[in-house]
Unconditional design. Structure first.
Length: 176
């Protein structure tokens, strides 16, 4: 085989490889998948439909913090300044024992806290739905240290932060 023929074979093989790979990259985009005209968001106080009191306060705070960390949207203080409105409803709160004491199988020592929400991002001007997530969860595990109330209070910020991260991921990574 001549040297020129080998080069031609490598060139044709390279073109074939590019032709096979590039079509898969056509729709890929870095950054936010939100429409370009949505740059600001007003986060409405979360609505708590669970039996657990006051978890909406921590969940709202955590979601706002995660939106600010992400940087794809700017959080504004009032709805009139926003391109979009974030409406979140807390629809579930559950504590499940996941580990028990070795000497007392009826006494749990580790729990899983799960918070479930429904999420809606709408355009402020038209009310059109931009992103809708019917059910999303945030969770964490914690070891019972002292009384249950103190342990739950200590685990709540981590659960709310996880929920906030997942909300933001669903907002900015949503495929139109």
């Amino acid at each position: 085989m001549t040297r020129r023929f080998r080069r031609w074979i490598f060139f044709v093989a390279g073109l074939g490889l590019l032709a096979a790979i590039l079509p898969g990259c056509v729709g890929y985009k870095l950054g936010s998948m939100l429409p370009a005209d949505i740059k600001t968001v007003y986060v409405e106080p979360f609505i708590n439909q669970t039996d657990e009191p006051l978890i909406e306060v921590e969940a709202t705070r955590a979601a706002m913090s995660e939106i600010q960390k992400d940087g794809s949207l700017k959080v504004v203080r009032n709805a009139e300044e926003a391109d979009s409105l974030l409406k979140v409803m807390l629809i579930g709160y559950r504590l499940s024992p996941i580990a028990y004491q070795a000497d007392r199988v009826t006494a749990a020592e580790e729990y899983k806290m799960v918070m479930t929400a429904s999420v809606l991002l709408i355009r402020r001007d038209s009310g059109a739905v931009v992103v809708e997530v019917p059910q999303i969860t945030g969770e964490t595990t914690f070891i019972l240290a002292g009384d249950m109330t103190s342990s739950k209070d200590a685990a709540l910020p981590e659960t709310a932060a996880d929920l906030g991260r997942r909300i933001v991921a669903n907002l900015v990574e949503a495929w139109p």
